[in-house]
Design a binder for this molecule. Structure first.
Ligand SMILES: Nc1nc2c(ncn2[C@@H]2O[C@H](COP(=O)(O)OP(=O)(O)O)[C@@H](O)[C@H]2O)c(=O)[nH]1
Ligand SMILES: [Mg+2]
Length: 239
């Protein structure tokens, strides 16, 4: 009997210390139809070689690697991953980070929420959610960026910085990933504002956002500024 296909789209840049454990944890959930697509930007630390090795081993059904040759970017990698997921026939698409900030144990909860929505957003800021990022400054940066984007664009969720989300196929098609423009992390806002404009039913699901397990964040001051700039431009171009 055929079953629904759930594709976890995971952008990676230098996640060699996390990726094998993450893939193992995801497949360990034993969610029916769940497969993972890793979207790597030629990480110098050999992330893609690790994934290729796992694919060769054949232990994880449907595990795939998309290697981007173009200029790197969290946003562009997300866009290419979404497009590939549609081509692969995904019924549901889970977007998540590779560093265990987005804990695999929440994936079944996001999927369960799809009963009555088109887009489930893993949220730190609804009842039952938590932000366990290390360092007060990092948590404050998250709060400020979130408040700015939410206020400026009137976004319909409390955690609009969250890149831990589940889309139905219909939702992803309505978002039209082929025309997404963000190179960097502002893709989270771009996708959310498109979902809102398309009238999709969006639901927040509480998650505990953990600190990255290994390696370093790629969020820089420059990328943060880029994110603010994107929100500002989007605000100004609204009617
Ligand atoms: N493919 C790709 N993935 C990226 C890039 N930058 C960040 N990522 C991935 O996006 C996710 C979030 O990045 P991270 O550095 O943890 O940002 P933070 O959570 O905001 O500190 C992780 O899985 C990263 O490996 C990039 O330029 N290309
Ligand atoms: Mg992270």
């Amino acid at each position: 009997m055929s079953h629904l296909k759930v594709l976890a789209v995971i952008p990676t840049y230098n996640e060699a210390d996390n990726i094998a454990a993450l893939i193992d944890a995801l497949y360990g959930l034993k969610v029916r139809g769940l497969e993972a697509l890793i979207v790597d930007d030629e990480s110098p630390d050999g992330t893609s070689a690790i994934v290729e090795g796992l694919i060769k081993e054949g232990r994880y059904h449907g595990l795939r690697l998309l290697t981007r040759a173009g200029p790197p970017g969290r946003g562009w990698a997300g866009r290419d991953g979404f497009l590939e997921a549609l081509i692969l026939g995904a019924d549901f698409i889970v977007e998540m980070d590779a560093d265990f900030s987005h804990q695999p144990r929440h994936v079944p909860e996001l999927l369960a929420a799809m009963k009555d929505c088109d887009l489930a957003v893993g949220s730190r800021f609804v009842w039952g959610g938590a932000d366990r990022e290390r360092g007060l400054s990092r948590r404050l940066i998250t709060k400020a960026a979130n408040a700015f984007a939410r206020g400026a664009l009137d976004l319909p969720v409390l955690d609009c910085n969250s890149g831990f989300r589940c889309f139905s196929r219909k939702a992803m098609e309505a978002i039209q990933p082929e025309t997404l423009k963000s190179r960097g992390p502002s893709i989270v806002h771009e996708v959310l504002s498109r979902a809102q404009a398309a009238g999709l039913r969006i639901k927040e699901v509480p998650i505990e956002f953990a600190d990255r397990r290994k390696g370093d964040s790629k969020l820089s001051l420059w990328r943060l500024a880029e994110g603010y700039w994107w929100v500002l431009k989007a605000r100004l171009s609204r009617p």
